[in-house]
Design a protein. Structure first.
Length: 381
């Protein structure tokens, strides 16, 4: 066997040939793109791609077939993305984004009407207070109520929890995203400290019922596991739980909630900081009906449905890769009334004014069955 240094020299020589051939291929596909653009033809030709991949598969040894198909899939995705980028026809979505950048005020609103789920003292209220100076808040029983209030124009903005650093994503919110017309204009992280709250005179040893939201219960799993005689009750919101306990005469009932709920509802704190993790944060999204893109927006959210076929999600991810754009979150949720079909939620990190961001938006429609742009924003921490 040859020495490894000689083998590497051979690999380098082959790579030089591949680079030269790649450049030739890209130049040729650019000409194809120009031809299509002049005649109003779509960039994507799935029949041609399938035929090409079948031809590739027949020209390589069987043990290399899958690798070759993956390689040529990526090459064709890069070619398609570049053809879209070179197109002189700007997509309607890119125009909408550019118009929103120009028309959105420089200053984020200070005293708007906000929709929150729950009651006074809810973490969504704390998020609103952190994001706005003097918000006027209307409370709704459900997350869907918040979506409706914004979509119907009852409130200018809505605050919705997206994910928690301990318990993960708030699935109810993600499941509602596909049903409502909204945009994300900012996100905010709120430190979550859960406390065991009860009526004055109650004792920890006497607690038999604990009320809270599902996420709060999951975030305090270790603490609750040490209370085997306690029954756990799930309610709509941590502040709702605190209010329920405050309005009852039951000294055996307690709630998991924020310290602000204790003072708000005249409850005593039986035990502080009962969450499993000290660095417990919840990320909230501020949503609006109209597209608003404020200065400094460097994160974007997308909602995507792919076709039900092998490699469909890969083709979407390849577009991000080809434009060197980082994905910070990928969430999948089942689509209602469609068996084993899923929608994908993406968060990506890229300044909204970056050319590659506009090129990506203009090219994603070719590789998605459905595609919604949810907004570009910055995050308050």
């Amino acid at each position: 066997m040859e020495d490894i240094s000689r083998l590497r020299e051979r690999v380098d020589a082959i790579d030089d040939q591949l680079i030269d051939l790649f450049c030739q291929r890209m130049a040729t596909t650019d000409e194809i793109g120009a031809y299509k653009s002049e005649r109003g033809l779509p960039v994507l030709d799935r029949a041609r791609e399938r035929a090409k991949l079948a031809d590739v598969a027949g020209k390589v040894p069987e043990d290399l077939r899958d690798y070759a198909i993956v390689l040529f899939n990526l090459i064709m995705e890069v070619s398609s993305a570049n053809q879209n980028a070179l197109s002189t026809d700007e997509s309607a979505l890119v125009r909408e984004v550019k118009e929103a950048i120009v028309s959105t005020p420089d200053l984020f609103p200070q005293s708007p009407f906000i929709a929150c789920q729950g009651v006074e003292g809810a973490y969504s209220q704390l998020a609103a207070d952190k994001l706005f100076k003097h918000p006027t808040i209307s409370y709704f029983d459900t997350f869907e109520g918040v979506f409706k209030a914004v979509e119907q124009g009852f409130c200018s903005y809505g605050m919705l929890p997206l994910e928690n650093s301990t318990a993960g994503s708030v699935n109810q919110v993600y499941d509602l995203m596909g049903a409502y017309d909204f945009h994300i204009c900012r996100t905010v992280r709120v430190k979550v400290d859960h406390n065991l709250l009860a009526k004055p005179g109650a004792t920890l040893e006497g607690i038999r019922h604990i009320y809270s939201h599902q996420q709060a219960i999951e975030q305090c799993a270790n603490f609750l596991a040490a209370l085997p005689e306690v029954t756990i009750h799930i309610v709509e919101n941590t502040a709702v739980a605190a209010k329920m306990v405050a309005e009852s005469n039951d000294l055996s009932a307690a709630a998991l909630g924020s310290h602000s709920c204790a003072s708000l509802y005249d409850l005593q704190v039986l035990k502080r900081g009962v969450q499993d993790m000290g660095n417990n944060y919840t990320r909230f999204a501020c949503i609006s009906k109209d597209l608003e893109i404020y200065p400094g927006a460097d994160r974007t959210s997308l909602w995507v449905v792919t076709s039900d076929e092998p490699g469909a999600l890969y083709k979407v991810l390849a577009r991000f890769y080809s434009f060197d754009i980082n994905l910070s979150k990928l969430e999948s949720r089942p689509l209602p009334d469609r068996e084993f079909d899923y929608a994908f939620y993406f968060d990506m990190d890229c300044p909204v004014t970056a050319p590659e961001f506009h090129r990506l938006l203009g090219s994603l429609g070719d590789v998605c069955e459905e595609f919604r742009y949810l907004g570009s924003y910055s995050e308050v921490v």
